[in-house]
Design a binder for this molecule. Structure first.
Ligand SMILES: [Zn+2]
Length: 192
């Protein structure tokens, strides 16, 4: 398959919740956006975590981390107890990562990943980011998308902290359209 045939990425500003958004519509018809190891490589490159290769086993580990972050973030957003198994996975991936942050002369941060441990190092960066977000170390609020088929955990950094959807262009837009059609039905339906 060519890249164009794969589901496109939902790219956000927060690494950890953008990673969990590689599976969308979890409560509806789920869409897997990293269906192959190659697509995980593509996704990591977008976030400055370029790796040379990825095996099917590493993809499975990545998805396990993704669902663990999703479970922990959901618990944090709803105020429920953290699922212990999910915490274990996140902490384990964080501990195994050996990525090094380096500062460029332009004042930018780069991640230096090991040549043989690339995927594990990249997952370590993502796990550490999830810990930052879920623990409240970063300025923002974890929330769940208002779309009943989505319920993605997202990180609201808006000033008012009242964001309702994981993504305005998809879930937000769909809800707006649904409301528009519902209203039109009401005004044009002669029986109603
Ligand atoms: Zn959503």
């Amino acid at each position: 398959m060519r890249a164009a045939e794969f589901p496109e990425f939902r790219l956000g500003n927060v690494l950890a919740t953008s990673f969990t958004a590689t599976l969308t519509e979890r409560c509806g018809d789920a869409v897997e956006r990293i269906p192959t190891p190659g697509r995980l490589v593509d996704w990591l490159a977008v976030y400055g975590l370029a790796v040379d290769s990825c095996s099917p086993a590493q993809l499975a580990v990545a998805r396990e981390l993704r669902e663990s972050i999703h479970a922990a973030a959901t618990a944090a957003a709803t105020g429920d107890a953290m699922p212990v198994s999910a915490l274990q996975v996140v902490n384990d991936r964080s501990a195994r990562g050996r990525a090094v942050a380096v500062l460029t002369p332009e004042g930018k941060r780069l991640w230096r990943l090991g040549s043989t441990s690339g995927v594990a190092d990249a997952l370590g960066v993502i796990a550490a980011d999830a810990i930052d977000v879920i623990s409240g170390e970063r300025d923002g609020r974890l929330a769940l998308c208002a779309s009943p088929t989505c319920r993605a955990a997202f990180f609201d950094t808006s000033r008012s902290r009242t964001r309702r959807w994981c993504d305005m262009n998809t879930c937000g837009n769909r809800e707006k359209k649904a409301r528009f059609h519902a209203n039109r039905q009401k005004t044009t339906d002669p029986a109603g």
